[in-house]
Design a protein around this ligand. Structure first.
Ligand code: SF4
Ligand code: SF4
Length: 170
């Protein structure tokens, strides 16, 4: 009967009016995001060795990366994710043995234009020569150079003060 249905509906409305509200005024307010939420990807370029393990692990072929050989190492020049095909399954993150690829808690990845959807994590030029050679063209590793510089500093200071470091203790 029409009257009974109306009363039942109003009863539910009345009951729900007094229950705790779980909705928020998004985007002014936001619900807290769980710590392990699968949101926008972030890539630590310093850790990434351009090995392609993540790209090979992806069942949807979302990840496209480009690399160039610089000296003896591979240099990552481009890392683009066609995020519209991503299931956020996390297989790529699990596959990375350098801990370079992560999920963030940012879920807001909407774009106005289709062309802006791919997530460009890296796009850069490869250097002409390896980092070590750029550091001094001596073939020494930067850490070794820093150590040598540290050792040379006291001797240089003594020389400037008029002492001969080789004759010390004579
Ligand atoms: S989360 Fe899954 S679907 Fe998305 S890029 Fe990684 S492996 Fe591919
Ligand atoms: S993110 Fe990890 S798995 Fe992917 S290319 Fe870089 S180091 Fe390799």
């Amino acid at each position: 009967m029409f009257g009974q249905g109306l009363i039942k509906g109003l009863q539910i409305t009345w009951k729900e009016f007094w229950t705790k509200k779980f909705t928020v005024q998004y985007p002014d307010e936001q619900h807290p995001v769980p710590e392990r939420f699968h949101g926008r990807f972030v890539l630590d370029v310093d850790k990434c060795i351009a090995c392609s393990l993540c790209a090979n692990a992806c069942p949807n072929k979302v990840i496209n990366l480009k690399r160039e050989k610089v000296g003896k190492k591979q240099f990552l020049t481009e890392y683009v994710m066609n995020i519209q095909y991503c299931m956020f399954c996390g297989l790529c993150v699990e596959a990375c043995n350098k801990d370079a690829l992560h999920f963030s808690q940012d879920f807001n990845m909407n774009q106005y234009f289709y062309r802006d959807i791919p997530l460009v994590l890296v796009r850069r030029e490869a250097p002409a020569e390896p980092e070590e050679e750029q550091a001094g063209k001596t073939g020494e590793k930067p850490q070794r150079q820093a150590k040598a510089k540290k050792q040379a500093e006291p001797a240089a200071a003594e020389a400037a003060a008029g002492k001969d470091p080789g004759k010390e203790g004579q």
